[in-house]
Design a protein around this ligand. Structure first.
Ligand code: NAD
Length: 254
């Protein structure tokens, strides 16, 4: 019961890592969770899977100011405060060299992956200040630490999150708001299926093997393993940790 009496918001809550994190947070006694995602059908499915009256959902595009205002307001309306804000929504963009990368897609990836996180902080900070603090967790990636050819927008966006994390941690500290990031290597879920297909069209299995070979533990991470780290950062066990990046990568970046 490491999250007893805490309320949580998870963006990208209908996706692989978001849903697994909601499940772990419920098991740790969270008092309420608001799942935020784009598509209502996906959210309904996620809520049905979690099968708990502690779970609510709201559709929102994290890159839109009004939507972010709406989901933070809804969380406070439901639970009175936001103790845990898991800024996890993200998109992979396309797999193309910079010279061929569509400008529109570059903008979209930056809007969702970077601005979405910045807006989340912007709207949640006042509530967290008022209630005495909170834990903000950003899902970055190993792509926020090292480069990979042909995914320039994704890599750039995840590197940019280091800046948001650091400034957020400094501005939040006096209010007991902690800001940390999770930096996973490939995780065995939809996003990697899409990237494998992008890197090796029609030969995704081969792409997966190549990725796995770059990881000393020789496998992808699991949604549940990333969720375990999110729970730790959400809990008071990590109360002296802020501004830090937490790599979870089977040794990939060592
Ligand atoms: P996923 O695609 O299953 O989940 C991402 C979720 O974000 C989806 O449910 C999607 O609908 C939602 N989303 C996308 N754009 C949105 C928007 N504008 N507004 C609201 N919701 C939006 O993949 P995932 O792996 O669970 O991704 C979660 C996070 O983990 C992402 O930030 C991703 O970049 C990061 N990550 C993933 C991997 C991986 O290998 N899967 C590795 C490192 C980091």
């Amino acid at each position: 019961m490491r999250l007893k009496n805490k309320s949580a918001v998870i963006t990208g809550g209908a996706g692989g890592i978001g849903l697994a994190s909601a499940e772990k947070m419920l098991a740790e006694g969270v008092k309420g969770i608001l799942l935020v995602d784009l598509n209502e059908e996906d959210l309904k499915k996620a809520v049905a899977e979690l099968d708990s009256d502690k779970v609510s959902y709201v559709t929102a595009d994290v890159s839109k100011n009004e939507d972010v205002k709406k989901y933070t307001e809804k969380a406070v309306e439901l639970y009175g405060r936001i103790d845990i804000l898991f800024l996890n929504a993200g998109i992979e963009g396309e797999v193309k060299p910079i010279t061929e990368y569509p400008e529109k897609m570059y903008d979209k990836v930056m809007d969702v992956n970077v601005k979405g996180v910045w807006l989340g902080m912007k709207h949640a900070f006042p509530y967290m200040k008022e209630s005495g603090g909170g834990s903000i967790i950003i899902t970055s990636s190993v792509a926020g630490i090292q480069g990979t050819a042909n995914v320039s927008a994704y890599v750039t966006s995840k590197h940019a999150l280091a800046g948001v994390r650091k400034v957020g941690a400094l501005e939040g500290a006096e209010h007991n708001i902690r800001v940390n990031s999770i930096n996973p290597s490939p995780v065995d879920n939809r996003m990697m299926r899409s990237l494998e297909e992008g890197f090796a069209p029609g030969n995704a299995e081969q792409a997966k093997k190549s990725f796995e070979n770059t990881i000393p533990l020789k496998r992808y991470g699991k949604n549940e393993e990333i969720a375990d780290l999110a729970v730790f950062l959400a809990s008071d066990e990590s109360q002296f940790i802020t501004g830090a990046r937490h790599v979870i990568d089977g040794g990939m970046t060592v």
